[in-house]
Design a protein around this ligand. Structure first.
Ligand code: DGY
Length: 331
């Protein structure tokens, strides 16, 4: 008896994604999928190149480089890449465009979580909370002292946003009740439709550096923004200012940041993202008391990671059906 050929589309999932997305794929009746069944280590490149062979779709996370080598290994069946991330600097867009492969991503659903974490990191850094808990635990807590562990407050400050998008606006909305005096921002061009909501003034990058008491980076990593935060920017900042980055590590020249922090050119930095990730534990930035480093957790709430997983799964299924995705990158 002849066996019926499966009409299910073949998908490879590069990570054990949160349950909501998996459930959508399992119950779709549209795809048969295989996944790298771990969340602790990324799929080894060799394994990935094997597994994508002949796949119609790929659901990936930001640790996988989707480049010409991978697309060649996948072959001509590959129609859709769906990344469970808002950032897409791990995708070689020119290659995808050339091959007519569509791309889904996960903006919006993580905006609240990222904005919350950015505010938490900003306050942790400016009010020196990591140093403070360390002192309390290790015997450094003597008498109450007048200037001990003093930091910088948001009230009456100027907050600068480098790259104004949904996340920058959400951060400003959360910071406004702290009585911030003024919001300023820079971007490739003014974005009045977004800036209006938070009453933010458009300024040049130089002015952003000069005026900001808190400078928070929210831009995507592109060739134009790579290492945009460098010696030239840090040298224009106030000695009392706080630098926060929850976008991508690649927007910062880390040697220049180390210099700025260790020489007192700026007061402190809070980083959720670095190059590389994980940042080696012997990296010089870890030696500084005025640098708070988190392991890329801005979107890490259960609700948000499940929403990202569901959106990535739905984008994939829609793309494979040839329909518009919920969130599709224009290539
Ligand atoms: C993203 O989605 O790009 C974040 O960096 C991780 O959630």
């Amino acid at each position: 008896m002849q066996r019926e050929m499966s009409t299910l589309q073949r998908v490879y999932v590069t990570r054990q994604i949160p349950p909501e997305g998996l459930k959508i794929l399992q119950e779709s009746g549209q795809v048969q999928f295989e996944l790298w069944d771990s969340d602790d280590v990324p799929v080894p490149r060799k394994e990935l190149l094997q597994k994508v062979k002949g796949a119609d779709g790929l659901l990936c996370v930001l640790t996988e480089k989707i480049d010409a080598e991978l697309l060649d290994a996948a072959g001509p069946n590959l129609k859709v890449i769906s990344t469970m991330s808002v950032g897409y600097d791990h995708l070689f867009l020119q290659e995808l465009k050339k091959r007519g492969i569509r791309v889904g991503y996960t903006p919006d659903v993580l905006t609240d979580a990222v904005a919350e974490l950015t505010v938490a990191l900003l306050l942790t850094t400016s009010r020196r909370l990591v140093e403070a808990t360390h002192e309390a635990k290790t015997g450094g807590w003597g008498t109450w002292r007048t200037l001990w562990l003093c930091g910088y407050e948001l009230a009456n400050s100027t907050v600068g946003i480098l790259g104004l998008g949904r996340i920058g606006v959400a951060i400003a909305e959360r910071l406004a009740p702290f009585k911030v005096k003024k919001f300023i921002y820079t971007d490739v061009a003014p974005r009045p439709e977004l800036a209006g909501a938070i009453n933010a003034e458009y300024v040049s990058l130089d002015e952003l550096a000069k005026q900001s008491d808190f400078l928070t980076v929210c831009c995507a990593l592109t060739p134009e923004t790579r290492e945009i935060c460098n010696e030239s920017l840090f040298s224009k900042m106030k000695k009392t200012s706080i630098f926060i980055n929850t976008s991508r590590g690649g927007v910062v020249n880390q040697e220049d940041l180390y210099q700025a922090l260790s020489t007192g050119q700026i007061a402190a930095a809070g980083l959720d993202v670095t190059v590389p990730e994980p940042l080696p534990t012997n990296h010089p930035l870890f030696t500084l008391n005025n640098c708070v480093i988190l392991p890329h957790i801005a979107s890490a709430s259960y609700t948000t990671r499940n929403a990202m997983s569901a959106l990535a799964a739905n984008n994939l299924l829609l793309g494979l059906r040839g329909q518009p995705m919920i969130k599709e990158l224009k290539l």
